[in-house]
Structure formats: structure tokens, C-alpha cells
Design a protein around this ligand. Structure first.
Ligand code: UTP
Length: 273
């Protein structure tokens, strides 16, 4: 039912400078795998069959990482290191790429997926949000909910008040435990946040969001904000926010990245809610 996903990875990662000048934050290592590898695995485990990644000319490393590497395989065979071949990543589902010429916002990045998506519901996963789940992957939790409601569903999590300023924050009516019918969304509120529930980087959209992205205006900074499109969507049709039973690490925030690495070094990595 939700078969396609967009993973936008064309941003500048300014909060991660200077390292992000040469190493995209989507490629930050978590153990021996880059962050975006975990997000691709989450998508596949959630039933996604095709991925579109939005990249830029500074992100060729991501394309190379998921590509076949025949000469590396040949080398490993020659050196009798065949046992290493299975850990070299090769996509088990098609991964397509589009370049976003200028980082003009998350909304602009997603808009580029219009012809890939066509007229289907689709998922968006932000590769700088790593979600650790005990049972179901975060996206799968949204996919299961989508099967029931067939409306846009946004993954949300309760966060401490001091962190709300980093995220989109929703307001809505809790219609069942952890499920909200949304009535508004505010981007990075500096004060008076409408709730303590922040948007995580996991979404399922009906294709109408793509038409809305064509209509909305860019912000003062010239960026097309996904949050603005979601707000318009909320005013047009029913949209839900679902609390995901996963822990979120926003690797764009240095402290979250450090916490994630510490978590990785814990022998029970991933085995928590
Ligand atoms: P962020 O706002 O967290 O990433 O966007 P950023 O813009 O790279 O980082 P900062 O704020 O400057 O530190 C979330 C995801 O959306 C992608 C980013 O690459 C990131 O994975 N993105 C953002 C795009 O693909 N295009 C954009 O124009 C903006």
C-alpha cells in the first residue's frame, strides 16, 4: 500500500560544520555503517519497495555507497576475503536519485519527487533522524496506521520543553492513545509551543501534499517549508499525528549523535523503546 519513499539528503548540514564541509551528516558513521544505511534498512523493513533519494553535487558519496563495486568485489575474491562481500552494501530494492540544484528547503526537495510518486501515498524519511525501535520500525508503525485511516500521518514524539525549538510542533485532539487528529503545526517555535509533541523525521503523505507544495510560497529565506505545506494540508483534510514507539536521535544535534554512539557501544544496541 505504501510502496515508495523519498529520502531527502541534499541539505548543507550547517549545524555540523566544519566536518559537514566534506562529510555529509547522512554519512556520519554509527559503528561501521553510515546513518543513511540504517534509514534505508528501516524503509525496507517497513515494506517500502522503491526509494528516491534527493542529493546534491556535494553528496556523491551517498550514491557511491549504495552502488555496486565490482572492482572491490574482485579484489576481495583475489585476496581470499570473499566472506567480506556480503557486508558490502548493495541495494536490495531500486534506489533512484535526483539532484536538488540549490538547498531551497525540505519542501522543495520533496517536490522534486512528483513524477516518481505519481498518484500514490508515499513515505518520507529524514536520514538525519535515527529511530531505534524495540519491536516495529518507526515507519512500519505509521504504515500500519495508514492502512486503517488512509490519510496523512506524521510520526511525533513528546520532547522536553527546551528541545521544542528544534522541531515542528503539532497541536491536535487525542482521539485514541497516542493518536492525534491534527489542527495545526508550527515550525521551530521559540516560545508558546502549541504542545510538547514534536515531529520526527517520519511521515506518510497522501499525494495531495505535492500539489500543495506547488502552491505555497517560499519563506523569507527563500526556502519552501514542508511544515507550511503540512499546515495547509491540515486545513484541507484530516491529518493524523501518531506517537512512535521508538527513540529518536537527531544526528544534526551534536549531543544526540554522541548519545547514539554511546548507545551503539552498548551490547543491547537497538533493543529499547
Ligand atoms: P535539516 O534542516 O535537518 O538539514 O533537513 P540541513 O539543512 O542539511 O541541516 P542544517 O539545518 O543546515 O544543519 C532534514 C533533511 O532534509 C534534507 C537534509 O539533507 C536532511 O537530511 N534537506 C534539507 C534537503 O534534502 N534539501 C534541503 O533543501 C534541505
Amino acid at each position: 500500500m505504501v510502496k515508495k519513499a523519498i529520502i531527502p539528503a541534499a541539505g548543507y548540514g550547517t549545524r555540523g560544520l566544519p566536518i559537514t564541509k566534506v562529510l555529509p551528516k547522512e554519512m556520519f558513521p554509527i559503528g561501521l555503517k553510515p546513518a543513511i544505511h540504517y534509514v534505508v534498512e528501516e524503509a525496507i523493513e517497513s515494506g517500502i519497495e522503491q526509494i528516491l533519494m534527493i542529493v546534491s553535487k556535494r553528496k556523491n558519496m551517498i550514491v557511491d555507497y549504495f552502488d555496486e563495486s565490482l572492482e572491490l568485489e574482485a579484489f576481495l575474491e583475489r585476496e581470499n576475503k570473499q566472506h567480506l562481500i556480503p557486508i558490502v552494501p548493495v541495494p536490495t530494492i531500486p534506489i533512484h536519485y535526483i539532484r536538488q540544484p540549490y538547498a531551497k528547503g525540505l519542501g522543495d526537495a520533496i517536490r522534486l519527487g512528483k513524477s516518481f510518486i505519481g498518484d500514490e501515498p508515499f513515505a518520507v524519511l529524514l536520514p538525519d533522524d535515527i529511530m531505534l525501535s524495540n519491536k516495529e520500525p518507526a515507519l512500519k508503525q505509521l504504515v500500519d496506521q495508514f492502512k486503517k485511516y488512509k490519510k496523512t500521518i506524521i510520526g511525533i514524539k513528546e520532547v522536553e520543553e527546551s528541545k521544542l525549538k528544534h522541531y515542528g510542533v503539532i497541536s491536535g485532539e487525542e482521539i485514541s492513545k497516542g493518536l492525534f487528529k491534527l489542527n495545526n503545526i508550527v515550525e521551530k517555535p521559540s516560545n508558546n509551543a502549541p504542545s510538547n509533541f514534536a515531529v520526527t523525521g517520519r511521515y506518510i503523505f497522501t499525494p495531495e501534499i505535492l500539489s500543495i507544495l506547488e502552491l505555497i510560497n517560499a519563506s523569507e529565506k527563500g526556502e519552501l517549508q514542508l511544515t507550511d505545506a503540512i499546515r495547509d494540508m491540515i486545513f484541507r483534510e484530516v491529518c493524523y499525528g501518531k506517537v512512535v514507539n521508538s527513540r529518536r536521535f537527531d544526528i544534526g544535534l551534536n549531543q544526540d549523535y554522541v548519545n547514539l554512539i554511546n548507545e551503539f557501544n552498548n551490547p543491547n544496541f537497538g533493543n529499547h523503546d
